[in-house]
Design a protein around this ligand. Structure first.
Ligand SMILES: [Fe+2]
Length: 262
């Protein structure tokens, strides 16, 4: 498993996690700059989930606040985990409708890019769509399949996650929108993924997850049923910034079943 210099914060006896003011300030910076970019770029289901979560701007939320909303909408929960966890633990959590959240936040020096999935990425990037019954069901099923999968099959599942939950785009009646949490928690990825810069192709699970051989990850586009013109964004990452590295793996060709995740 990878290593990290970040350490997840522990709760006190009442279950409250105390973050220093400087860490709350990092949260506020991340939230405020990202909120400015979401309208017209994030998919409506994500924006609806963000409304439901009503995340605080000026402080890092407690996991209990997130859990109250998830419990009332889809029955999911977030679970406090260390900065990195193994694949097995990741799939166990998803299979039981628990989403892992490492309770640390990036340093100001890593505001735009870090390898580890921090609390901003997990909560702001992923939790809004976990209020959506369809997406929650997809993630639950994904976890169950992962738990039952072989080491080799988990490599394909890791690619599927990377190209959907982390870097997915979707074509809607209003236009192309983002639903991947890896994009939605990064200002540069948010702008880049919808720009004319990336090459675009249709998302084909077999082609993209089982046969892909290039090094760079790519945002992929889901389309409504019917003939799909070629659409895919990618490769990304050459503009010097990327999303938090997170579950379950790096670029598709680099995915390893032993890879650490968070
Ligand atoms: Fe993630």
């Amino acid at each position: 498993m990878k290593t990290t210099h970040y350490v997840a914060r522990e709760p006190d006896a009442q279950g409250h996690i105390h973050y220093p003011d400087a860490e709350h300030a990092v949260w506020q910076t991340l939230v405020e700059r990202q909120l400015k970019l979401l309208e017209g770029r994030a998919c409506q289901e994500y924006l609806d989930g963000l409304d439901q979560l009503a995340l605080p701007r000026e402080r890092i939320p407690q996991l209990g606040e997130i859990n109250r909303v998830l419990a009332a909408t889809t029955g999911w929960q977030v679970e406090r985990v260390p900065a990195l966890i193994p694949f097995q633990r990741f799939f166990e959590l998803l299979a039981s409708k628990r989403f892992p959240v490492a309770t640390f936040i990036r340093t100001p020096e890593e505001l735009d890019y870090l390898q580890e999935p921090d609390i901003f990425h997990e909560i702001f990037g992923h939790c809004p769509l976990l209020t959506n019954p369809w997406f929650a069901e997809f993630t639950h099923t994904y976890g169950q399949l992962g738990l039952a999968a072989s080491k080799e099959e988990r490599v394909y599942l890791a690619r599927l996650y990377w190209m959907t939950v982390e870097f997915g785009l979707v074509d809607t009646p209003a236009g192309r929108r983002i639903y991947g949490g890896g994009i939605l928690s990064s200002p540069k990825e948010t702008l880049y993924s919808l720009s004319s810069e990336p090459e675009q192709q249709a998302f084909d699970p077999l082609e993209r997850c089982a046969r892909v051989s290039h090094r760079h990850p790519a945002a992929t586009v889901l389309r409504p049923a019917g003939p799909a013109p070629a659409v895919r964004t990618g490769p990304r990452g050459h503009h010097g910034a990327g999303p938090a590295g997170h579950a379950p793996g790096p670029a598709p060709a680099e995915v390893s079943a032993e890879g650490g995740v968070g």
